[in-house]
Design a protein around this ligand. Structure first.
Ligand code: ADP
Length: 461
């Protein structure tokens, strides 16, 4: 029996003062026999958590329990877990047989014959009997990973810890090995903790998925729940083969509106306070050319067939002019100064990429606050246009006029037979039952559509 538990785990790097917080108070209970996938972007703390379970890292705070026993102070060899790494970590001068039996000879206490039998049994299970006399440099990448897994399972550990084991393999082999890992897991029924940055791997392999970001667990759930009911913006945008669409919206009296679309909840609608939210909708949930109710219209920019389906990218362009204090934008280094005598150049808009969040305009080089009376510039990426003549004119005014341009994109997954033409204006519908709404400040989910799956109804609003 080997459940694995992380109890208030904290891991800081960089000495006692440690400023790098790799794991920030992690609580996680993995049931005996479960296949759990820890997924998150690079640097989110996945490997550190795994290495701490293995005993390769010492926690700064908190405890590790395996099979209910506190193993925090035990060395790796006394934890009865086996690790499988991305780079295989095979002994290069030993044969496959030698690699498989090395751990057993060192610490299992089994007789030579018993070891022979065990190696043969698991080599067969991993389909590497033919390679037993070869050395790792004579093996393909896929074979090396089979040997690495074989070397782990031959020890019959209570739990397997796997750190991106398939990352070095090509796409096709990765798919094959995924199935293989699941088969082995079903056969052995041992607790498996599998770390990957690949959300697709997580979605297809895990009984449950642990999504991590910034050293913290964002959500623990079954794959379908993580997909249908992401608990916050991070999970919503991280999970999914195609990124979810997002738009800033206002909700007023049950009507949801943005620059590009609006729709209403039927009847009384959900119990949502009027205000600003971030709306999320998956590409497969947007309806193109709907019968009846239309939420908005946009221009087809790109169509991408993918097998039997296609992704259609719709765009809407918006432009705003805002009056900004000259001081604020005079540090826009992308704007080259031109002599004021060169009237044409002074008049031509110079563009630079910025992003806006909570009324702060930011680029790589500068940031400034939007004045209160600035038009409704929602969060997102813009191009900022400035006339150099306004910045270095002979008698510049305190305030100058700047242009903000934004392109809103909406991706729609659709049937390939119903593909619209590039350049065509098409109607679309955003079904209220498929949306997610996030609090723009906390980024927590405050509402999600209900009918992704019939049950259970866990609407949070
Ligand atoms: P992931 O596996 O999700 O890519 P890691 O657990 O490897 O993330 O790393 C989490 C954070 O801890 C990162 O910021 C990383 O740079 C840092 N880190 C990991 N190992 C060490 C180490 N030995 N020394 C200093 N910082 C480290």
């Amino acid at each position: 029996m080997a459940s694995v538990e992380l109890d208030s785990l904290v891991k800081r790097f960089g000495g006692p003062e440690g400023t790098i917080v790799a794991n920030d108070n992690i609580d996680l209970t993995i049931e005996d026999g479960e296949f759990i996938v820890i997924v998150g972007p690079s640097g989110s703390g996945k490997s550190t958590a795994l290495r701490t379970i293995a005993g390769l890292e010492e926690p700064t705070e908190g405890r590790v329990l395996i099979g209910g026993e506190d193993v925090t102070d035990l060395p790796p060899r006394d934890r009865d877990v086996a690790m499988v790494f991305q780079n295989y970590a095979l002994y290069p001068h030993k044969t496959v047989d030698g690699n498989m039996r090395y751990g057993l000879e060192k610490s299992s206490g089994l007789s030579g014959e018993e070891i022979d039998e065990r190696v043969r049994q698991f080599a067969e299970m991993m389909e590497i009997e033919e390679t037993l006399e070869k050395t790792p440099d004579q093996l393909s990448g896929g074979q090396k990973q089979r040997v690495a897994l074989g070397r782990a399972i031959v020890q019959k550990p209570e739990a397997f810890l796997m750190d991106e084991p398939l990352s070095n393999l090509d796409a096709k082999l990765r798919l094959q090995m995924r199935t293989e890992f699941q088969r082995i897991h079903q056969e052995l029924g041992k607790t498996t903790i599998y770390v990957t940055h690949d959300q697709e791997e997580a979605m297809t392999m895990g009984d449950r998925i642990v999504v991590m970001d910034g050293g913290e667990i964002q959500q623990i759930d079954e794959p379908a729940d993580v997909y249908d009911r992401p608990e916050n913006y991070f999970v919503a945008q991280f999970i999914g083969e195609l990124t979810m669409n997002f738009a800033e919206v206002t909700v007023e009296n049950g009507t949801v509106s943005s620059e590009n679309f609006s729709f209403s909840f039927p009847g009384e609608g959900p119990d949502l306070a009027d205000g600003t939210y971030l709306l999320g909708i998956r590409p497969e949930d947007v309806e193109l050319r709907p019968d009846g109710e239309v939420s908005g219209t946009a221009t087809v920019e790109v169509t991408e067939p993918t097998g039997s389906e296609a992704v259609v990218y719709l765009e809407n362009e918006h432009e705003y002019t805002a009056s900004i204090e000259r001081e604020s934008v005079s540090s826009v280094t992308a704007v080259e100064t031109v002599p004021s005598s060169d009237a044409a150049a002074a008049d031509e808009l110079h563009w630079t990429n910025v992003s806006i969040e909570n009324s702060t305009v930011r680029s790589d080089e500068f940031r400034f606050e939007l004045p209160d009376e600035a038009p409704e510039l929602v969060r997102g990426d813009y191009r900022l246009g400035v006339r150099p003549g306004d910045l270095n004119g002979d008698a510049p005014a305190d305030r100058i006029s700047v242009r903000f341009q934004r392109t809103d994109e909406l991706s729609v997954k659709t049937d390939r037979t119903a593909l619209p033409q590039v350049g065509e204006e098409v109607d679309f519908r955003i079904p209220h039952r498929k949306i997610h709404l996030f609090d723009p400040e906390t980024e927590e989910t405050v509402y999600y559509g209900r009918d992704k799956r019939a049950e259970p109804d866990r609407q949070v609003a």
